[in-house]
Design a protein. Structure first.
Length: 319
């Protein structure tokens, strides 16, 4: 179960926390991060441009050249910062790999921090939004399973919910492999995540089921590596309304025997309302949780799907 008292540890572009580290001497505070998310997060902030010794304020810099191998360039002074930024990024990511991060939030559009669609200026004078910030690229390549998002995309309720699901899943996974890992613990972990995984990707759920079933015959290290890859790939797939409806029907099926027919009809009506976009996911989930408690359905009580992140974040409340 998600323990809302234990904080997740997230890397973040420093300017998003309201610190004046930008080229113009200002910041880009994001209030969702500093107000809503902050109580649940321990921030590990980094400003790559300040860290490589550029002052604040400073000359603005940009990506130039080709999409695959752009240079980081300061056009006014003509200084090429590519090598400096890349060696900083490699050293920083090595450090971050040892810091038990559960995710990273990057500043969009930045030639250093931007995760995607960063402007690249070409020789012709035109610009395309096909770049990745130099630091962001090294980070994502060096920590491929780490949930990474940009603050701009987090304003979209479904992208935000998906990112937070992945962050808390990352913490649970990290805790599982940090404690004495055993096959029995993996079996329990997999069982508890069954419906969450089903909502994101049935294909991955099937592959992971096979992997867990055959794990005894394999080296634990291999199983952990493969499971982890599949787990985070599954959660990267967005959980759509149709998949949620399918999961809700499965959960309703577990309560079927105990429910009177009027309660069965009520539950079906609530699931239908969710499918039609008339009520948010929290409504059927709350009703199902009520029945789980009432009938003491232990197997369902432990399902992460029902409590994937702290309820105070209200991520299940959007239609
Ligand atoms: S986007 Fe990155 S490099 Fe630019 S000010 Fe923010 S933290 Fe620093």
């Amino acid at each position: 179960m998600t323990d809302s008292k234990t904080k997740v540890r997230l890397g973040v572009s420093t300017c998003l926390l309201g610190q004046n580290v930008r080229f113009d001497g200002g910041h880009k505070e994001d209030h969702y991060l500093t107000e809503t998310l902050a109580p649940f997060v321990e921030w590990i902030a980094a400003c790559p441009e300040v860290d490589i010794g550029l002052g604040t304020p400073r000359e603005s810099i940009r990506l130039i050249g080709t999409t695959n191998a752009p240079r980081l360039f300061a056009p006014k002074s003509g200084v090429d910062l590519t090598d400096k930024m890349q060696s900083y990024a490699r050293a920083k990511v090595e450090q971050l790999q040892q810091m038990d991060l559960d995710g990273y939030i990057l500043k969009k559009d930045s030639p250093s921090c931007g995760m995607e669609r960063v402007r690249i200026y070409h020789e012709s004078g035109s610009a395309t939004r096909t770049g990745v910030g130099l630091f962001a690229r090294v980070l994502m390549e060096g920590m491929p399973e780490l949930p990474v998002e940009e603050e701009g995309r987090l304003h979209d309720p479904s992208l935000r919910a998906n990112f937070i699901v992945r962050v808390f899943a990352h913490r649970r996974w990290r805790e599982l492999i940090a404690n004495d890992f055993s096959l029995a613990a993996l079996v329990t972990f997999h069982a508890q995540h069954k419906f969450l995984l089903m909502a994101h990707s049935e294909k991955h759920l099937r592959l992971m089921g096979k992997l867990v079933a055959g794990a005894k015959a394999r080296k634990p290290k291999e199983v952990v590596a493969e499971y982890s890859k599949l787990f985070f790939a599954a959660l990267r797939e967005p959980a759509r309304t149709r998949a949620h409806t399918n999961v809700l029907q499965h959960l309703a099926g577990f309560c079927k025997k105990q429910l009177e027919s009027k309660d069965k009809i009520e539950l079906q009506n609530v699931i239908t309302d969710f499918r039609k976009g008339l009520v948010p996911l929290i409504v059927p989930i709350t009703l199902i949780k009520h029945y789980i408690n009432k009938f003491d359905l232990q197997y369902l009580r432990d399902q992460i799907y029902l409590n994937p992140h702290p309820k105070e974040l209200m991520l299940l409340n959007h239609v």
